[in-house]
Design a protein around this ligand. Structure first.
Ligand SMILES: [Zn+2]
Length: 214
């Protein structure tokens, strides 16, 4: 289980995770404000290995602003959920919300991920779980080997993502949380703030905040 937190995101930037197996993946890129430092950190951890791919949990600027710079550096493929990918490819600023960050997003090609796609990194097998609600096509990535979940802004250690941005939906978010609550989630690696050791508990808490228990 080798997960590195490259960019501790707090609120104004996202967490950026580097997952290292026989293949390597970066999960989210942050705003890009700290790309130079993040790239140096990634290079240092990889120690000559390639970065094989970048996976985006959703289309908000604080998660994808650094994408162009990362791709220029690592020359790898980028992936996003099929629902969110078109907004990234079209650089749709209203959805990406780059103005909230006083910045602009340059459109970037990304490959669409479908529900249950498996990203095999050797020691990690990340399964794509569609979790709309925070955005229309956000995804979580579930590691079937370690049972950890990269949850983007769907669920945090103590709370859930906002649903009042364009394409957000509280109803969809509750359904997504219910779906996650049926899985065995140990470590939770959210898009902002600290990781949680008991992912199941964080998901239940998030669902209770949404009033989502039947
Ligand atoms: Zn977001």
């Amino acid at each position: 289980m080798v997960v590195h937190l490259i960019n501790p995101g707090a609120f104004s930037d996202s967490n950026v995770y580097l997952v290292v197996g026989s293949r390597t993946a970066l999960i989210d890129t942050g705003t890009g404000r700290d790309n130079a430092r993040n790239i140096a950190a990634i290079r240092s951890i990889l120690g000559g290995k390639d970065l094989d791919m970048i996976i985006l949990t959703h289309f908000h600027f604080d998660h994808i602003g650094g994408l162009k710079g990362m791709l220029d550096e690592f020359r790898c493929e980028a992936f996003a959920g099929a629902g969110d990918a078109p907004y990234i490819v079209n650089g749709d600023q209203r959805y990406i919300a780059s103005d909230l960050f006083g910045d602009e997003f340059e459109p970037v090609e990304v490959t669409e991920l479908m529900e249950n796609d498996i990203i095999d990194l050797g020691e990690h097998r990340l399964r794509v779980v569609n979790t709309p609600g925070h955005t229309c096509g956000g995804v979580c990535l579930y590691d079937e080997i370690s049972h950890c979940l990269f949850s983007g802004d769907t669920v945090f250690s103590l709370g859930v993502g906002r649903t009042d941005f364009p394409s957000g939906s509280a109803t969809e978010l509750v359904l997504s949380l219910k779906k996650l609550s049926g899985m065995d989630v140990r470590m939770l690696y959210p898009g902002h703030m600290e990781a949680a050791y008991d992912g199941n508990r964080a998901i239940r808490y998030g669902l209770s905040m949404m009033g989502g228990f039947d």
